[in-house]
Design a protein around this ligand. Structure first.
Ligand SMILES: Cc1cc2nc3c(=O)[nH]c(=O)nc-3n(C[C@H](O)[C@H](O)[C@H](O)COP(=O)(O)OP(=O)(O)OC[C@H]3O[C@@H](n4cnc5c(N)ncnc54)[C@H](O)[C@@H]3O)c2cc1C
Length: 378
């Protein structure tokens, strides 16, 4: 059996690890990635920004691991076309045939159509090569602006700050992490980050243009203010890399549509991770990507096992501040909400009609966090 996997991230390699479990000597496994690095822990790119970890430390499986497992790893090779009808994958270096294909080619950072976004020193952060470019510029920079106050934006801002720069986060809404936190939680987090970590926030604000001759020198805000800066990091969401499959019969909604076995609408073609959506859910995070990859791998190797699903859950230190966001946050306010506020702490427990905790928001430290999280996930 010829297994071909496009993408060497959490989804692709989790699938490979499942295929390896039942592999026989006739099975060939090929993994193609456009990046120069084998499988690494993408979320730790944030720590790479502040120099807390180096390249070696974020690699999960190195080239040797692929060699030892007899996997044909193609680094620095970009897939340019997939011919599903003839079961062929075309890259900028070669043409491959397959029996079973996994699309695990992830997502890219969305670049909003802001004037000047193509100037030098305006970055997005998706892979190790982006992180390297940003850290290089940070070495001789004094000021940075991060556009977008989501999880990734705030974490990146905090780590750029650690390398000594003055950092301002510009957020379009009234509080940060608005996918994970409610207004009170988000505003408390901002207060702590401003007071204790020295980050600056400009909220409810729009970015009009990046100004400068060749490279960015300032950010023109919607209200006419100008923020001087040496670099800009755009952190305004991700989009699945579906453009590779345009003009094919592959069914794409927001992302590639898969069933519980991670099968697409095309025979012998599977998809998992940030390229895929299941049941209308696009996860865009690590754990579901791994689980989708495992499910795809099992089914590609002949087992019949459905995706176990995941309760969306974040337990993080955002710039050193404990933040939890898990389960059903009940945006329409249909359930019971129990709120506890204290100095430097905020907790919202969302309970169903039987009193069971089904959602949780925490900023700061609360002793019952672990029990509540276990209840939400049960
Ligand atoms: C900076 C950062 C921080 C993050 N922090 C967190 C976090 O704290 N918690 C969390 O849960 N999630 C986090 N995420 C999200 C998480 O990393 C992703 O959800 C996860 O990596 C998705 O895995 P994937 O395998 O689907 O895709 P990816 O990891 O994006 O892998 C895609 C693979 O496809 C390859 N590829 C793409 N296009 C082509 C092509 N045309 N040809 C060949 N190869 C191609 C790429 O080279 C790569 O190997 C973070 C992401 C980033 C960028």
């Amino acid at each position: 059996m010829k297994y071909l996997i496009i993408g060497s991230g959490a989804a692709g390699i989790s699938a490979v690890k499942e295929i390896l479990k039942t592999r026989d000597e006739n099975d060939q496994i090929t993994v193609i990635t456009k990046e120069d690095y084998p499988f690494y822990y993408r979320p730790r790119l944030i720590e790479y920004l502040s120099g807390e970890v180096d390249e070696e430390e974020i690699i999960i499986n190195d080239k040797e691991w692929f060699e030892n497992n007899g996997i044909n790893l193609k680094l620095s090779e970009r897939v340019t076309e997939v011919d599903f009808e003839n079961k062929k994958v075309i890259s900028d270096k070669s043409i491959y045939s397959y029996d079973k294909l996994l699309l695990a080619n992830g997502a890219h950072s969305f670049k909003p159509p802001i004037k000047g976004a193509n100037k030098k020193n305006v970055f997005t952060l998706r892979d190790l090569s982006d992180a390297k470019k940003i850290t290089n510029i940070c070495q001789n920079a004094e000021k940075a602006v991060v556009v977008g106050g989501g999880l990734l934006g705030v974490e990146s801002a905090s780590n750029i700050k650690k390398s000594g720069l003055e950092v301002t986060v510009v957020e379009r809404t009234e509080w940060c992490l608005n996918k994970q936190l409610d207004e009170k939680g988000g505003k408390l987090l901002i207060e702590i980050l401003e007071r204790e970590k020295g980050l600056n926030f400009i909220l409810d604000a729009t970015t009009e243009e990046f100004l400068g001759d060749d490279k960015v020198e300032s950010v023109l805000m919607g209200d006419g203010d100008k923020l001087n800066t040496d670099l800009v990091l755009l952190s305004t969401g991700v989009r699945s890399n579906t453009e590779l499959f345009e003009d094919t019969d592959l069914e794409i909604k927001r992302a590639v549509d898969v069933n519980e076995y991670m099968e697409t609408n095309l025979e012998d073609v599977y998809a998992a991770g940030d390229i895929a959506e299941y049941n209308g859910n696009f996860y865009g995070i690590w754990l579901p990507s791994m689980k989708m990859g495992q499910t795809a791998g099992k089914n590609m190797a002949g087992e019949r096992q459905g995706f176990p699903g995941v309760v969306s859950s974040h337990t993080l230190k955002v710039a050193g501040v404990n933040v939890v966001s898990a389960g059903n946050l009940d945006p329409d306010n249909e359930l019971d909400h129990e709120i506890v506020e204290k100095e430097r702490g905020y907790k919202r427990v969302i309970r169903d009609k039987d009193g069971k905790a089904v959602g949780l928001i925490i900023v700061g430290q609360f002793e019952d966090q672990d029990n509540l999280l276990a209840e939400v996930k049960s």
